[in-house]
Design a binder for this molecule. Structure first.
Ligand code: CP
Length: 335
C-alpha cells in the first residue's frame, strides 16, 4: 500500500493486515509508556479543508504516539481563504518535507488527485496520502475502525478464530447501516469494507436518502427499520448522521421532516428493545441526539460509540505505520 484512499482498494489480506496491526498497536496503548519510536524523524501533515473533531485529533494522537512530527493545517485561517489552490497548498507542503499528508476535503476525489497529480513529488506521489474523508465519497479509516470495533465485540460470532480468539474476518455477521446514506462517505466505505471482510450489509433509509444506483452496491436495501430489526436480527446497527449541511434547500431543510424521520428511522428505546442481546449500537459521530439516535440508545450499555473513537487511534497508528514504515510487524512483535 502506498496510499489509503478508498476501502475499495483494500484486498481481504490488506484489510486484515491493517486490523491485525491495529490490534498490536492497541496492545501497546495499554502499557505505561505509550509512545513508540517507529516514525521518529518523519513528518505527518493533517490537511483539513472541512471541520473535524474525532478524525483530526485521532490522526494527530496516532502520529505522535509513533513519534512523528505533526503539522496541523486547517483551511480556515490559512492562505486558502485568500484563494490559494489545492495544488499550491500541496507544493508548499512538499517543499516543507512532509512524509505523509492526511487530507479531509469537501470535494470527492481530492485525496486521489493529491496522490496522483505529482504535486507532492513526481508521478505517483512519494508522499503517502491518507483520505480522512472526501465529500460524499470515502472515509476509509472510519470504516476500518468500525470493522475493528465489530471484530473485537463479536468474538466467536465471526470468521475463523485467530490466536487471541478474535475472528479473522467478519463472515456470517449482519450489519444494518441506517439513515442518510445519500450523503454518507461512512456508508460507502463501510459497505465496501464489510463486504470484503465477508459481512452481510443492509442499508435502511427513506427512498429520498438513498443514492441513485444503490441497487448496484453489494448489499441489500430496505425502507423499513422496524422490519429489518425484527426479522433480520442484525449483529451491529450503525446509525448515520443526518447531514443537513449537505442538503439542498438551505441548511437544516430535509425531507422527510425531522419528526417523521425520527419516528420512522430513529434508534430509540422501543427499537433498542427489539435487538438481539449481543447486538452493538454504533455511530461514527458527531451525533444528532434526538434525531437519528436517542440519548438513551447512544448512552446504553449496547453502545460502542465511545469505543469506536478510542479504536480510531489504534487503526490510524496502524495505517501510518504500514504506509510510512512499510511491511508488516513480525508475529508477536510489540511493533
Ligand atoms: N467520524 C468523523 O469523521 O468525525 P469527525 O467529523 O469529528 O472527524
Amino acid at each position: 500500500m502506498k496510499h489509503l484512499l478508498s476501502t475499495q482498494d483494500l484486498s481481504l489480506d490488506e484489510a486484515i493486515l491493517v486490523l491485525d496491526t491495529a490490534a498490536q498497536m492497541a496492545a501497546t496503548q495499554s502499557r505505561e509508556i505509550k509512545k513508540l519510536p517507529t516514525l521518529r524523524g518523519r513528518t505527518v501533515v493533517n490537511l483539513f479543508f472541512e471541520d473535524s473533531t474525532r478524525t483530526r485529533i485521532s490522526f494527530e494522537t496516532a502520529a505522535k504516539r509513533l513519534s512523528a512530527d505533526v503539522i496541523n493545517f486547517s483551511a480556515k485561517g490559512s492562505s486558502v481563504s485568500k484563494g490559494e489552490s489545492l495544488k499550491d497548498t500541496a507544493l508548499t507542503l512538499h517543499a516543507m518535507g512532509a512524509d505523509a499528508v492526511v487530507v479531509r476535503h469537501w470535494a470527492s476525489g481530492a485525496p486521489h488527485q493529491l496522490a496522483h497529480s505529482g504535486w507532492l513529488g513526481s508521478g505517483d506521489s512519494p508522499v503517502a496520502v491518507l483520505n480522512a474523508g472526501d465529500g460524499t465519497h470515502q472515509h476509509p479509516t472510519q470504516a476500518l475502525l468500525d470493522a475493528f470495533t465489530i471484530r473485537r465485540h463479536l468474538v466467536g460470532r465471526a470468521g475463523g478464530a485467530t490466536g487471541d480468539g478474535v475472528g479473522r474476518d467478519l463472515k456470517g455477521l449482519r450489519v444494518a447501516i441506517v439513515g442518510d446514506v445519500l450523503h454518507s462517505r461512512v456508508a460507502r466505505s463501510n459497505v465496501q469494507l464489510l463486504r470484503t471482510l465477508g459481512a452481510d450489509v443492509t442499508l435502511v433509509a427513506p427512498p429520498t436518502l438513498l443514492p441513485v444506483g444503490v441497487e448496484t452496491w453489494p448489499c441489500a436495501t430496505s425502507y423499513d427499520l422496524d422490519e429489518t430489526l425484527a426479522h433480520w436480527a442484525p449483529d451491529a446497527v450503525m446509525m448515520l448522521r443526518v447531514q443537513r449541511e449537505r442538503m439542498s434547500g438551505g441548511a437544516g431543510a430535509f425531507f422527510p421532516s425531522p419528526l417523521e424521520y425520527s419516528r420512522r428511522y430513529g434508534l430509540d428505546h422501543r427499537r433498542l428493545a427489539m435487538l438481539p442481546g449481543h447486538t452493538v449500537v454504533m455511530h461514527p459521530g458527531p451525533m444528532n441526539r434526538g434525531l437519528e439516535i436517542s440519548a438513551e440508545a447512544a448512552d446504553s450499555t449496547r453502545s460502542v460509540i465511545v469505543e469506536q473513537v478510542a479504536n480510531g487511534v489504534a487503526v490510524r497508528m496502524a495505517a501510518l505505520y504500514l504506509l510510512l514504515a512499510g511491511g508488516s510487524p513480525a508475529e508477536g512483535s510489540a511493533i
